[in-house]
Structure formats: structure tokens, C-alpha cells
Design a protein around this ligand. Structure first.
Ligand SMILES: Nc1ncnc2c1ncn2[C@@H]1O[C@H](COP(=O)(O)OP(=O)(O)OP(=O)(O)O)[C@@H](O)[C@H]1O
Length: 616
């Protein structure tokens, strides 16, 4: 076959010269808007010296000033001279063989870094046939990421942790710990853990690039027909970005994934049984990955669409392969975290490899999700944040963000409802804190409020749509008593210390000793007021074993006693299992004096999760 291509190279070149390209297919980036959460690009690498020396022409040719590439195959005819068979492929961004890795980084990958820095999940995949330039591209991108993370240009203090693993079939190895085998496990919170992998705390660009080089040297490679040192595994570089100022928030995650090279059936002809099994496993994991990327992008594109029928169509089978299980944060439809994805399809332009290039470009096109027309402004519904325009959202922020109200122009300068819901929680909080007087607790509670409204609106959609518009006044009245807020309308104007009542939740300054019944109360702590300490019987003791109402005992014995006025018996409020949730520990009681109480905190009970959440 290769000899046939070389023998007919001149004829092929003439046919390509005479080729008249047709306009890019409908659905191409020129004709419709692509999803803002996934960018699919292709990089056509230069022809290598040995390919040129053998006399192969180029089979994949990018169009000038366009995101479309033409691909030509030379076909032998039963009768007559060979002909070319042409097809074209459109991606979001096309990089020709002159493009540098720095250009690719600046155009598509660099925006992922501030997104992860702000607490989001971002992933870049390099995909393509063996020998197409994936490792070349990813190793370059990793160096640029190291530069951006460490050059001090990103706002705020963060701790950066690096971990690089290799997935070969079902097995995972730590490339920064001498290829020690590790396990990919799901913990009881549903988060994927790389059990046994060593994370390195990174403080300089040089230390990060050293580790990247160490990992590259330990990666398993084998000779394939197309590449003497082919990577027969997926390499995942995970950068975890921790914000020390907000330990309650999820850490930002940036994954740079160098996928194992796909091999066409004819390239696998000389493999033994174990290499065949390896190739099958790689191809299966790539196929599941495609379904997951596409499924997740469809779900995201459909967020503003209120038609339930459409939502059921997207399926994200992330449990079907170790690769997608490892990247669960990105694919899980139940995840609350906003994800951004960049796919770089790497293409070898050599005519001899045009069949594999066709598969790569087809795969890239399949990953592109064009935002359906229906996702454009859904009819406004005050109870469904996914239908809010920027103006609707700003109105809601100003009326619902507590006191002082969050400045909507700082929190949502351009975003619509669905876009704000995708904003990473730490970024949401950071934007709220730009309004003078807003505390981190208020900001977190406000973020949780928006999310609960969104979750409730999705649950309500499953009910009969006709019923959903009927305002049930009885439900509204009962719902009012699911909150710790004072039911009196003018309560907010009276200082909380003048209206202390059982059921009020307050934040307290850390108590002396600080440890109650196994709970270390450090930093901000919360308690729920039960009753004045003076109302308690003589034998009652708190968590520290101290008598709650010494006055009563002493009165009985001596006729005199210490005043218990302004001291309250309270129950501890401690963090629950879910992010932002709290539990009331009714029987873990402590005594708190009025002057130890800082502020009233509003909590709401959520019957579905049986936890309390802060509100504003
Ligand atoms: N943009 C480029 N410019 C110059 N050389 C390149 C470029 N891309 C790839 N190469 C060269 O092509 C060869 C194959 O590249 P690379 O090893 O990155 O391929 P790969 O897709 O990772 O292959 P495999 O899947 O088999 O590991 C290497 O010699 C590499 O230096």
C-alpha cells in the first residue's frame, strides 16, 4: 500500500491541486455557536524527516483562515488511474503545522488555569493516533501551565499540589513514586481518590518541570509500527489547587491528559495476544471517553432548556472505564462543580496515515456539541434560575443576598442564571466579598441558597408541570417554619441580643478549652440556643461536666448564688457530611454567655438531606 502511494505521489499532488473545496458542512463553527464549556481543536503536526525522505505527500490540508481541514485518500480503481476521495472536518480551532505549542496554549489551554485557580475543574486531553504528536503537545503544555501557575500573575494565595499517574488497562501507577502501583477508589462521599499516590507540593516552576520530566522518563513505552517509543498508557497529570483562605470549599483541579495512541487494525496485525488485548483496552477506554465528553457537553448545552424529554437523552457512562472513573469530577452529571474541557486532536498529515487521521478528525467532530437552538432564552420563570437572563439574575441577587445586599454588578457582571450556577463556589464567594460588609458566611450561605433554588426547580420539573405554577399557600406557611429566622417581619431591625429565643442559631467566639465531646471548636463555631441557663434543673451538666445552673443549687443550699442571667444553654451545630451542610447536636450542650455571642446566623432545614444549611 505504501509503495502504491509513493509511486502515485505526483498524480496525487496534481489531483489535490485541482480539488475545489466545498463550503464547510452545516454545523461547522462558522454556522453555529459551539458549547462554551468544551473546545475541540486539532493540531496537524509537521511531516517528519523520514516521512518526507520516503516521498510521502501530505494527506491532510488545512484551509486558509478557517477551522476546516480537507483530507484526501488515494484510491486504486479496478479500471483506470487512481482517484482521490476527499472529505472535510471542522473543529473549533485548527492549528496547522506551523503553529507552536505556545500558540495552542495561549489560545485554548491558558483559560483553564484561572478557572481551576478559582476552584473549578478543568481538563485538557490530547487524543490521536500513535506518533501524531500527543506527548510532544502535552509536555509543552505542562511547561506553560507551570509557568502561569508559578509566575505570580494569578490573584490570591494558593497551594499547588502535583500528582502524575499512568493508567494501563485497569492498573494505575504513580509516576512520581517510582511507578508504585496505586488504586483508584471511590470514597463514601462519591469522590474518586488516587489511593496511594504521592502528591508533591509545588512552589517553583523549576520544581514542577523537574517532576514532569521525572514522570515522562518513567512512562511505559513500546515500539509500534508508527512510533518507536509509543506510550501504551494514558498519562494523567493532576494539579490540585488549594485555597488556604477557604478550607470549606472544594479545591480547584486541573488535569492534563496525554491519552494512549489509538492504533488502526492494520497497524495491530503483528501484535501478540497481550498487545492485542492492550490495544483493545485502549480503544475501549477512548470510546467510553468520547461518550462521556459528548454526554456531559450535551447536558451542559441543555441546562437552559426546560424540556425534560431532551434531558433524558444525554447519558454519561463514566463508570465504564478506569480512565473516566478517574476523571469522575468532570463527568458526573450530579456534580455541582463547573467543568471546562479542551480536546486537542493530534493529526499526522502523512498520506500513509490518512485512514487513522480520518478517524481522529471524525472523533473530534463527534465531540463538538453545538448549542441547540432551544437552549437560547427559555421562558423566564422566577423559581427556575436556569431561565434567568443577566437582568433577572441581578434583580434576584439584590433582593435575596441578605444584609448588606451583594453588589450584583460584581457578582454577575455578564453572567446569566445557568452561567452563574457553573461558577466555581470559591469564585462565587470571592466575587461576593468584593461588596463591602459582606462576610464569608453570608457569601457561602447565599451561594447555597441559589443552589437549593436550582435543585428544587429541577426536582419540581419532574412533577406535573401544570401543578407547578399553583402557589400553595399552606406549603409556603409551613416552609417559613423550616427556617431559624424570626417569623416577626421587623425582627431584622432589632439587635439579635434583644430577641434571643430558643431555636435561634448564633455564631460564637471560640470557647475556652475549645473541645466539646470530641468536637474541636476552632475558628467560627455555631450553637443553637435552647433556653436560659437559669431555667435548668440543679443536676444538669454541660459537655465540660460543669453545672449549667449553679445559682439554683446554691440558692437551695445557701440561699444565695451566682447570677445565671445572660447565660444560655445551647446545642452545638457542627458541619455535616455534605459540603455546606450542618447538623444540630441536641444533646451536646454547652453554656454560652450573651457577650460570647457574635451574630445571629440563619439556618434552614432541608428535609431531603436531613441537614441544615445556612441562608441569608
Ligand atoms: N508539532 C511538532 N513539531 C515537531 N515535531 C513533532 C511535533 N509533533 C510531534 N513531533 C514529533 O513526532 C514524533 C511523535 O510524537 P509523539 O511521541 O509526541 O507522538 P504520540 O502521539 O505521543 O505517540 P504515541 O501515542 O505513540 O506515544 C516525535 O518524534 C515528536 O518529536
Amino acid at each position: 500500500m505504501e509503495q502504491f502511494l509513493i509511486d502515485n505521489a505526483d498524480r496525487y499532488r496534481n489531483l489535490v491541486k485541482a480539488f475545489k473545496p466545498t463550503p464547510a458542512k452545516k454545523g461547522g463553527v462558522e454556522t453555529s455557536a459551539a458549547s462554551p464549556y468544551i473546545t475541540v481543536c486539532a493540531r496537524i503536526r509537521p511531516m517528519l524527516e523520514d516521512e518526507l525522505a520516503q516521498g510521502f505527500p501530505e494527506g491532510v490540508i488545512p484551509r486558509a483562515q478557517s477551522s476546516t481541514a480537507d483530507l484526501h485518500e488515494l484510491r486504486q480503481k479496478v479500471r483506470g488511474p487512481p482517484v482521490i476521495n476527499s472529505s472535510d472536518y471542522t473543529v473549533d480551532k485548527l492549528f496547522d503545522s506551523n503553529a507552536t505549542t505556545a500558540q495552542i496554549y495561549e489560545t485554548v489551554v491558558q483559560p483553564l488555569v484561572p478557572w481551576a485557580w478559582a476552584g473549578g475543574v478543568a481538563t485538557s486531553f490530547a487524543y490521536g493516533q500513535t506518533g501524531s504528536g500527543k506527548t510532544f503537545t502535552v509536555s509543552g503544555l505542562e511547561r506553560h501551565v507551570a509557568e502561569t501557575l508559578m509566575d505570580g500573575s494569578l490573584e490570591g494565595e494558593r497551594k499547588v499540589h502535583l500528582c502524575i499517574i499512568e493508567l494501563a488497562g485497569q492498573t494505575a501507577f504513580d509516576l512520581l513514586n517510582n511507578r508504585k502501583q496505586i488504586s483508584i477508589l471511590e470514597d463514601s462521599f462519591g469522590n474518586t481518590q488516587l489511593a496511594g499516590a504521592v502528591e508533591h507540593h509545588i512552589t517553583t516552576k523549576a520544581s514542577m518541570t523537574d517532576l514532569i520530566e521525572t514522570a515522562a522518563a518513567l512512562r511505559q513505552t513500546r515500539a509500534t509500527l508508527k512510533n518507536d517509543t509509543s506510550s501504551r498508557s494514558h498519562a494523567i497529570c493532576r494539579i490540585r489547587i488549594e485555597n488556604p483562605a477557604s478550607s470549606a470549599d472544594d479545591d480547584g483541579l486541573l488535569y492534563l491528559v496525554d491519552l494512549a495512541g489509538s492504533e488502526a487494525a492494520r497497524d495491530r496485525a503483528a501484535h501478540d495476544a497481550s498487545r492485542m488485548k492492550e490495544a483493545r483496552e485502549i480503544n475501549t477506554s477512548l470510546s467510553v471517553l468520547k461518550d462521556c465528553i459528548r454526554g456531559r457537553a450535551l447536558l451542559d448545552a441543555d441546562k437552559g432548556n426546560t424540556k425534560t424529554k431532551k434531558k433524558a437523552a444525554a447519558y454519561v457512562p463514566f463508570r465504564q472505564s478506569t480512565l473516566t472513573k478517574t476523571l469522575k469530577h468532570l463527568f458526573d452529571p450530579a456534580s455541582r462543580r463547573g467543568g471546562k474541557t479542551v480536546v486537542v486532536a493530534c493529526v499526522n498529515p502523512c498520506l500513509a496515515d490518512v485512514g487513522a487521521s480520518k478517524n481522529t478528525l471524525r472523533y473530534a467532530e463527534l465531540l463538538r456539541v453545538v448549542v441547540p437552538k432551544a437552549a437560547a432564552p427559555a421562558r423566564y420563570d422566577a423559581a427556575v434560575p436556569a431561565t434567568w437572563s443577566n437582568a433577572d439574575l441581578r434583580r434576584w441577587i439584590e433582593g435575596n443576598s441578605g444584609t448588606p445586599p451583594v453588589d450584583a454588578s460584581m457578582l454577575a457582571p455578564r453572567e446569566t442564571g445557568p452561567q452563574l450556577l457553573r461558577l466555581p463556589a470559591p469564585e462565587f464567594v470571592a466575587r461576593c466579598l468584593k461588596t463591602v460588609g459582606v462576610s464569608p458566611e453570608q457569601a457561602q450561605a447565599f451561594q447555597a441558597k441559589l443552589w437549593r433554588l436550582h435543585s428544587d426547580s429541577r426536582a419540581a420539573k419532574a412533577d406535573d408541570a401544570a401543578d407547578s405554577n399553583i402557589i400553595n399557600t399552606e406549603d409556603a406557611r409551613i416552609a417559613k417554619f423550616d427556617s431559624s429566622a424570626d417569623p416577626e417581619p421587623d425582627a431584622a431591625s432589632i439587635p439579635f441580643t434583644e430577641r434571643i429565643r430558643p431555636g435561634m442559631v448564633v455564631s460564637i467566639v471560640p470557647l475556652a478549652g475549645g473541645v466539646f465531646g470530641g468536637y474541636a471548636l476552632s475558628g467560627k463555631s455555631y450553637v443553637l440556643v435552647l433556653c436560659p441557663a437559669a431555667a435548668v434543673g440543679a443536676r444538669v451538666r454541660d459537655l465540660l461536666g460543669e453545672q449549667v445552673n449553679p445559682g439554683r443549687d446554691m440558692d437551695a443550699e445557701t440561699g444565695s448564688g451566682r447570677s445565671t442571667a445572660d447565660r444560655y444553654l445551647c446545642a452545638l451545630v457542627t458541619p455535616g457530611f455534605m459540603a455546606g451542610s450542618y447538623g444540630v447536636n441536641l444533646w451536646r450542650q454547652c453554656v454560652v454567655a450573651l457577650d460570647q455571642m457574635e451574630a445571629e446566623v440563619l439556618m434552614e432545614y432541608d428535609a431531603a438531606t436531613r441537614y441544615y444549611y445556612m441562608t441569608v
